[in-house]
Ligand binder design. Structure first.
Ligand code: F6P
Length: 518
C-alpha cells in the first residue's frame, strides 16, 4: 500500500541538493524589482486561476528555475502518490491508524464509490433538515456553540465570514475557553427559552468543552429551563457520551475527520443554521472544486502544490520562521486563527513518520489581523524590521455593502502594502529607508461567498498537506497537545488543596501565589 511505503523526505531527494546549490548561487540574492524588469511576463508566469480563487505569486522570491526544482522535489518525494493515497481512503494518518477523508464530506451525492459516502449524505441531510427547522423557529433567537479548537474555529470563522448571508433574527455565540468569563458573558445575554446550545466536540471528552457544557446545562435548569432535548444538541463522533450527557439530538461524524478539518461535517451545524441548506451546499461545492483541482491538475498549475513547495523554500532555504495573513475583509477576522490551527497543529512536528528527528525546520508561525488594522499596528515591522516575513494578502473584488468610497480605499491599501513591501524606498537612507524586496502572495476573490470560502479553506488544507508531505511528517496527528492536558488534570486537585508536593520550584511558587489568601 502506497501509504505504508516509506516516502522520501525532502532533504533526502536529489532535487534538494540541487536546490541548495541554486539557492547559494542565485536564489538567495533574487531581487523582485530586477526580476520584474527582466521579465515583463512575470505576473502571468507566477499567477493562476484556481476554482473561485485567483492567486498572484509573482511577488515571491522564486524564479522559473527554483519553482521547477521545487516541483521536481515534490515529484521525487512522491507527493502525488501520497495525495492519491489520501483520496483513495488509505490510512495515511499512520500514527493513529486512520484514513484522512474530510474531502469525502464535500463529494457530491452519487459521485463517490467510497464505502462511507452513503452515511455522509444521510447525516448531512439530517443535519441540514434540523438546521432548517431551527432557522424557521422564531422562538430560538440565540445559538451558542460550545466547542474548542477545530470544534470552534471553523464554524466561528465561517459564520463571521458569511454574516452577509445569515438568517435574520438569530445571534450566534461561540464559547471555547474554560475561562468562565467567556460563558458567563454569553449567559448574561441569553434566555433559556430562546437559546439553542450546540455541544461540539469530536471526542466529547475535551475538558474545556465538557466543563462549559455542564455549566450551560446547570444554568439552563437553574433559570427554569426544562426541555433539554429541545435546547441542547450534540455534534460528535462519540454519540454514546452525548447520550450519557442527556442529549437526545446528536449529529455524528467519524474518526477519519480530523478536528481541524471538521467544519464540513456536523461540526458545521452553526454555519448551516446561519446560511441555510443551499448556501451550506455551496460551501461544500467550493471546497470540492478545490479538491478536484488538487487531485487532477498538473503540478505546475496546481495551486496548493505551488504554495506548498513555496512554503518549503521559504522555511528551509530562506529560513523565514513566520508568515503573516492579511485578509482585507473585516468579516475574515477569525481566518488567521483558523489557519494558525490548521497549519501549526498539522505541521508543527519535529519527527518524521517513522519517529526520526527531522533534518530541517517544519511549520512556520502563522499570525495576522485583517487589513487595514494591521497596517496601523505591526506593519512597521514588516516593512522595516530586521526579519523578513512573507505576507499573504486577500482582497475581495465586490464588497457586500453599498457604502460609498470605502472599498476603493480598502483595495488601494491592500495593493499599496504589497507594492511597498516589494518596491521599498531605498533612496532616502537611515530611518526613512525601506529595503523592499519583501515577498508577498496576493489572493483575489470575486466575492466573499460560501463557495469561495469553501474553496479557499480547502486550498489551505491541501497546501498544508503538500508541505507536510515534503517534510515527511504526519500532518494529521497532534500528540503535542497531550502533555499539557495531563499536567493540568493533575494540577487541579493540587490547586484545590494548595498542595505543592512533587512540583518544580517555579510551579510550586506560582501555585502558592495563586492560591494564597492575601
Ligand atoms: O487538543 C487539541 C484538539 O484535540 C484539537 O485537535 C481539536 O480540534 C480540539 O482539541 C477539540 O477537540 P474535540 O473536538 O474532541 O473537543
Amino acid at each position: 500500500m502506497a501509504s505504508r511505503t516509506r516516502r522520501l523526505r525532502c532533504d533526502e531527494a536529489p532535487a534538494w541538493a540541487e536546490l541548495q546549490s541554486y539557492f547559494e548561487g542565485s536564489g538567495r540574492a533574487l531581487d523582485l524589482r530586477h526580476a520584474f524588469r527582466a521579465d515583463p511576463a512575470r505576473f502571468e508566469a507566477f499567477s493562476q486561476e484556481a476554482p473561485h480563487v485567483f492567486a498572484d505569486l509573482s511577488k515571491n522570491l522564486i524564479d522559473i528555475k527554483s519553482e521547477a526544482l521545487l516541483l521536481q522535489l515534490a515529484r521525487e518525494c512522491g507527493v502525488e502518490r501520497h495525495r492519491d493515497a489520501m483520496f483513495a481512503g488509505e490510512a495515511i494518518n499512520e500514527t493513529e491508524g486512520r484514513a484522512v477523508k474530510h474531502w469525502l464530506l464535500r463529494e457530491p451525492r452519487g459521485e463517490s464509490s467510497d464505502p462511507d459516502a452513503a452515511k455522509v449524505h444521510a447525516t448531512l441531510d439530517a443535519m441540514l433538515s434540523y438546521a432548517e427547522t431551527i432557522r424557521a423557529d422564531a422562538a430560538i433567537t440565540d445559538v451558542v456553540n460550545i466547542g474548542i479548537g477545530g470544534s470552534d474555529l471553523g464554524p466561528q470563522t465561517a459564520v463571521l465570514a458569511l454574516e452577509e448571508f445569515a438568517v435574520p433574527g438569530k445571534r450566534f455565540h461561540f464559547v471555547s475557553n474554560v475561562d468562565g468569563h467567556e460563558l458567563a458573558s454569553v449567559l448574561r445575554r441569553v434566555r433559556p427559552e430562546s437559546t439553542l446550545f450546540l455541544i461540539a466536540s469530536k471526542t466529547f471528552t475535551t475538558v474545556e468543552t465538557m466543563t462549559n457544557a455542564q455549566s450551560a446545562r446547570a444554568w439552563f435548569e437553574s433559570q427554569g429551563g426544562r426541555d433539554v432535548a429541545r435546547h441542547f444538541a450534540a455534534l460528535t463522533t462519540n454519540v454514546a457520551a452525548a447520550s450519557n450527557f442527556g442529549i437526545t439530538t446528536t449529529f455524528g461524524f467519524w474518526d477519519w475527520v480530523g478536528g481541524r478539518y471538521s467544519l464540513w461535517s456536523a461540526i458545521g451545524l452553526p454555519i448551516a443554521i446561519a446560511i441555510g441548506t443551499e448556501r451550506f451546499r455551496e460551501l461544500l461545492a467550493g471546497a470540492h472544486a478545490m479538491d478536484r483541482h488538487f487531485a487532477t491538475s498538473p503540478l505546475a498549475r496546481n495551486l496548493p502544490v505551488r504554495l506548498g513547495v513555496l512554503d518549503v523554500w521559504y522555511r528551509n532555504f530562506h529560513n523565514f520562521a513566520s508568515r503573516s495573513i492579511a485578509p482585507y475583509h473585516s468579516a475574515l477576522k477569525r481566518l488567521p486563527a483558523y489557519l494558525q490551527q490548521l497549519e501549526m497543529e498539522s505541521n508543527g512536528k519535529r519527527v518524521d513518520m517513522q519517529g526520526a528527528p527531522l533534518a530541517q525546520a517544519s511549520s512556520p508561525v502563522l499570525w495576522g489581523e485583517p487589513g487595514t488594522n494591521g497596517q496601523h499596528a505591526y506593519f512597521q515591522m514588516l516593512h522595516q524590521g530586521t526579519d523578513r516575513v512573507p505576507v499573504e494578502f486577500i482582497a475581495v473584488r465586490r464588497p457586500g455593502h453599498t457604502l460609498a468610497g470605502h472599498h476603493e480605499q480598502l483595495l488601494a491599501n491592500c495593493l499599496a502594502q504589497a507594492q511597498a513591501l516589494m518596491q521599498g524606498k531605498p533612496d532616502e537612507g537611515g530611518h526613512r529607508d525601506f529595503p523592499g524586496n519583501r515577498p508577498s502572495t496576493f489572493f483575489v476573490f470575486d466575492r466573499l461567498d460560501p463557495a469561495t470560502l469553501g474553496a479557499f479553506l480547502a486550498l489551505y488544507e491541501h497546501r498544508v498537506f503538500v508541505s507536510g508531505s515534503l517534510w515527511g511528517l504526519n500532518s494529521f496527528d497532534q500528540w503535542g497537545v497531550e502533555l499539557g492536558k495531563v499536567l493540568a488534570k493533575a494540577l487541579v486537585p493540587q490547586l484545590d488543596a494548595g498542595d505543592v508536593a512533587g512540583l518544580d520550584g517555579s510551579t510550586a511558587g506560582l501555585l502558592k501565589r495563586l492560591t494564597s489568601r492575601i
